[in-house]
Design a protein around this ligand. Structure first.
Ligand SMILES: NC(=O)c1ccc[n+]([C@@H]2O[C@H](COP(=O)([O-])OP(=O)(O)OC[C@H]3O[C@@H](n4cnc5c(N)ncnc54)[C@H](OP(=O)(O)O)[C@@H]3O)[C@@H](O)[C@H]2O)c1
Length: 234
């Protein structure tokens, strides 16, 4: 059973991951909130011969809609064997930590942690039944001297804590779910205004590496895996 739901799969790293997992034989469920962009993504994936099962509406700030989404997944895709928590927002990266607006922190945490955790929680029973996996797309919790936007890093640190706690509990309770996190490294996407500095990679490269990692047949329970670490380029 290789059926994956990828949130934020209509573009960026989510789309690259959907493409390369699809090319390697996974059945894809696109998690997206924007119907037009989702349809474009689905058509492109299908034109590559990828088995796209459908789209599930995922709006991470709307907890009721996540309950509806989980219900739909259980009914329509009972073979779900992997959730990729990819959807995320950067928060305001233009301000330094002490000037970060509370509203920005709340909004970023709502998407990157609260919504992501709630969707994960709602899908755990189905993933447990299918001995599935949960993959989180994230950044390191450690504060990098080169780059440290407060709202974003704080929200991702919370998501990383979720991964660590769940991994430990799954192990302690013999719950047949594997959870781990992946830091893709600097990637040229809308999230950073399509920045393309030295050290950045494109979504093809990152999507392909993500699929390679997911398909490596190794157990990554509780791991934080860096595809491309953040380094200072001279
Ligand atoms: N790009 C990087 O350098 C980088 C580095 C490390 C980690 N990451 C992580 O990689 C993940 C993907 O980012 P990306 O760079 O590919 O960015 P992106 O191109 O902006 O894509 C973000 C995706 O998340 C979705 N999304 C945003 N807010 C949402 C919400 N409230 N509910 C549901 N979906 C929502 C977007 O959907 P819409 O199209 O509807 O807006 C889009 O599909 C993020 O978690 C990010 O933190 C990125």
């Amino acid at each position: 059973m290789k059926t994956v739901l990828i949130t934020g799969a209509n573009k960026g790293i989510g789309w690259g991951t959907a493409k390369h997992l699809g090319l390697s034989g996974w059945k894809i469920i696109i998690g997206a909130r924007h119907q037009g962009r989702a349809e474009t993504a689905i058509n492109e994936l299908k034109s590559l011969g990828i088995d796209v099962l459908g789209r599930v509406h995922i709006e991470l700030t709307d907890l009721t809609s996540l309950e509806q989404a989980a219900k739909e997944v259980n009914e329509k895709y009972p073979s779900l064997s992997m959730l990729v928590n990819n959807a995320g927002i950067p928060g305001d990266m233009s301000v330094d930590g002490q000037h970060t607006e509370l509203s920005d922190i709340k909004k970023t945490v709502d998407v990157n942690f609260i919504g992501t955790f709630y969707l994960t929680r709602l899908l755990i029973p189905l993933l447990e039944k299918n001995s599935g996996r949960i993959v989180n797309v994230t950044v390191p919790s450690e504060i990098s001297p080169y780059w440290h936007p407060l709202a974003y890093v704080a929200s991702k640190a919370a998501q990383n804590a979720m991964m660590g706690v769940l991994a430990m509990e799954f192990q302690q309770n013999n719950t047949p779910i594997e959870i781990f996190s992946v830091h893709p490294g600097p990637t040229t996407t809308d999230l950073n205004g399509n920045m393309s500095l030295p050290g950045f990679h494109d979504i093809e490269t990152v999507g392909s590496k993500m699929a390679e990692l997911i398909n490596d047949n190794k157990n990554h329970q509780g791991e934080f895996i860096e595809l491309y670490p953040i380094v200072k380029e001279d």
